[in-house]
Write a protein that binds this ligand. Sequence first.
Ligand code: SF4
Length: 512
Amino acid sequence: MPSVQTSFAYKMKHPLTADRNIDVLLTADRTLMSNYHGNEFLGFGTCAPPNFIPNILYSYLFFPPLKTKNGVPVAAPYGLRKIEAQLLKGGFNVLTVSPQHLRKHIKNAKVVGIHTMDPFGFGPASTTLASAFKKEPFLAKYFHALVNSPVMREAKKRGLKVIVGGPGAWQFRYRPQLLKEGVIDCVVEGEAENVIGKIVKAAINGEMLPTFYEVAAKDAPCSEDIPDIVQPSINGLIEIGRGCCRGCEFCNVTLRPLRWYPLDKIMRELLVNVELGKNRVICLHAEDVMLYGSHTTVPDDEKLLRLHKSVKSKVPAVSWSHCSLAAAASKPKLFSELSEIILQNQSWWGAEVGIETGSAELAKRIMPAKAHPFKAEDWPEVVRDGMGLMHDNMMVPACTLIVGLPEEKEEDILRTMELMDDLEGFRSLIVPLFFVPLGRLKNEDWFKDAAMTELHKQLLFQCAEHSLRWTDNLIDLSFVDEGYKRILKEFYKAFAGIAKRQIRQAEITMLQ
Ligand code: SF4
């Protein structure tokens, strides 16, 4: 397995600026090849469709392109870095390039691998925003611009194979057109480490590829088989584990096994980001960072404290990808201790947090273990306690609520609206997502805007008002008054001001 030392060896062996014969190019569309000005929350902006801000300004504000050297980006999405590491380990000649510089490197490539999050805008945040604006979101627009670009079309004519993977791969089940037309040769869904080598080898040898390859849960790699990344990831994101033990019905993640990485593996990837990427911030990624090292729903104090002390000894700032309210609420003292470690030289940190519903009845049916170690019927109380704890400790959650869950009744929506009232004073973003059939609910119907009731609309406005109420505070926290960030800050505030006025106007129109 490559260590930090071997990552330097890779770099020496494969200097990024040299012209070498590349078999496999890896890339992603420009909404994914961005550091979002160092603030992952801004990445939500890629789910919106073109709007009242000119596209060129909007893309700079929400997903500016990464710096490149000879077409090679200084960082790349973490999932793409994993595939890059796996292919290097398998002996392939591979290079990750920026989508704007494909032409420079594609001449001799036999395969292009594309990482995607939401290729058709079917992700929950995109469908919600698309229903409001009635247009295709940026992330879908840029994905299609990439796969249909003249440079890709020309390369396809001479036999290039295109393989797509990433968290958005499932969407090709519903939109197989690009596969039928031969624009894309193969889509890989699931954790690809154990299969990507044989698929790429077949592509290089000109063999037939499966159009859709679903990696079975039994083929998911164990922790020891997952290679370390060898080049920096965007915003210093590093995985600390995979999988989740809570088993929510609507979630894909829960179908895969739970694995936590040992601390030395995490620190090796941290050093890749610090030494090669000069990152001063690390984002710890897991479905629930609070459960690091635990195989129950109770946090492990010792492992969590050790992890955070180790990380903070190497970088000044840290953030989390996801955190559960139940795990935080179950150990308030531990949560405060972690916040003390994290806040030594930063003023806040963020994470995505799932609220999903304020209805205890619906929670019991659809996510019975989400409240563990508390009872499912206590879910609204767990949310209030967890959110209060996060507010007091300067953790800013970007929360999700699911609208239109199967079997959702009017009373469930009313309970969620009551919960929203109680959360008013807690610093957070709350984003409503339309139900998308995934996980064990993959055969259910999608929730469409045509099915929206007046109560749904009121809930959506309540979420928008809550988030916009906290936006100025979050902008002040996120953007210090220095350099170009001072100007950016004013743009975001102006954008938020316009959005607030438009939402109020839409609300008044709805109530008339
Ligand atoms: S807690 Fe989150 S990651 Fe885990 S199963 Fe539920 S929705 Fe999925």
